[in-house]
Design a protein around this ligand. Structure first.
Ligand code: NAP
Length: 249
């Protein structure tokens, strides 16, 4: 193998079509970067140390479902954001063979939402869903100085439920983020169960889903005059941030 060839990759299971491989392969070809991006489809995260040992030139990798948390005990150190969020989606392989974990989802989310927020008009946010992605989203919203209320199907001490979404709550929370998979292809006719009639032009409705480009959640919000966006910009920004982490830090 060419000793100058750097290897990057994606760790997850199952992988199927990977945005990351297409994104980085195109970037490498376009910019003449001597690197390859490979999918590492691992049925068990315990296989990771073996894969790393067998991949000379590995500089870093992305981590996706279902290993964003499970990978953490296998790393030598965590960037403070990743430690606080409790999820890692980027790993950098250091020259001494150690591994450092980062979270670039939070960067992608914050930088894609920031341009949509105007002055002091947005102070409170609802986060729909309490899964893996919601952790980075809640952390990012707090970075932007918003108060966060989590909404789940299940009552809990740290969240409200969809039945608790009163007109008052809907009026105060002018940022609403869908972190559930509702509306994602092929289930395009589904959407979170919120009182859409309470949305106004003051609301920003952000869907982490990006396939389809316009989800039912976004359509319903737009019909009320709300500003909407899908998760595509977040996806691009988190990938660019991963590249920065691998090559500049
Ligand atoms: P996840 O861990 O499966 O969590 C999703 C959460 O949504 C669950 O914890 C659940 O919360 C809620 N939920 C699940 N099924 C539901 C249903 N039928 N009805 C209502 N609520 C439901 O998924 P995730 O990893 O957080 O990812 C969530 C979405 O974000 C996916 O569509 C993923 O593709 C997308 N995503 C996008 C980006 C990006 O860069 N744009 C990055 C990461 C993830 P409760 O049980 O509390 O209701």
């Amino acid at each position: 193998m060419d000793s100058k060839l750097s290897i990057y990759g994606l760790v997850g299971y199952p992988l199927g079509h990977s945005f990351s491989r297409a994104f980085f392969s195109e970037k490498f070809a376009r910019e003449g970067i001597m690197a390859k991006y490979r999918n590492f489809e691992l049925p068990d995260i315990a296989l990771l140390p073996g894969v790393i040992a067998e991949t000379p030139g590995l500089r870093g990798f992305n981590v996706t479902i279902p290993y964003k948390q499970a990978v953490m005990p296998l790393l030598d150190r965590l960037n403070p954001d990743a430690a606080e969020i409790g999820a890692v989606n980027v790993v950098r392989c250091e020259a001494d063979g150690t591994l450092t974990g980062y979270n670039s989802d939070v960067y992608g989310f914050v930088e894609s939402l920031r341009p949509l927020l105007s002055g002091g008009n947005h102070t409170d946010a609802l986060v729909l869903g309490t899964g893996g992605a919601s952790r980075a989203v809640c952390y990012g919203l707090r970075m932007l100085s918003l108060n966060v209320t989590r909404v789940s199907r299940t009552p809990g001490k740290d969240n409200i439920t969809y039945a608790d979404l009163t007109p008052d709550i809907m009026a105060r929370n002018t940022v609403i983020v869908n972190t559930t998979p509702l509306g994602m292809y092929p289930n395009v006719d589904t959407a979170p169960d919120i009182p859409y009639e309470r949305l106004t032009r003051a609301h920003v409705c952000y869907d982490l889903v990006y396939n389809p480009e316009q989800t039912l959640f976004m359509k319903r919000a737009e019909a009320q005059g709300a500003t909407t966006t899908n998760g595509l910009r977040m996806l691009h920004l988190q990938a660019l941030r991963a590249w920065d982490i691998w090559t500049h830090y």
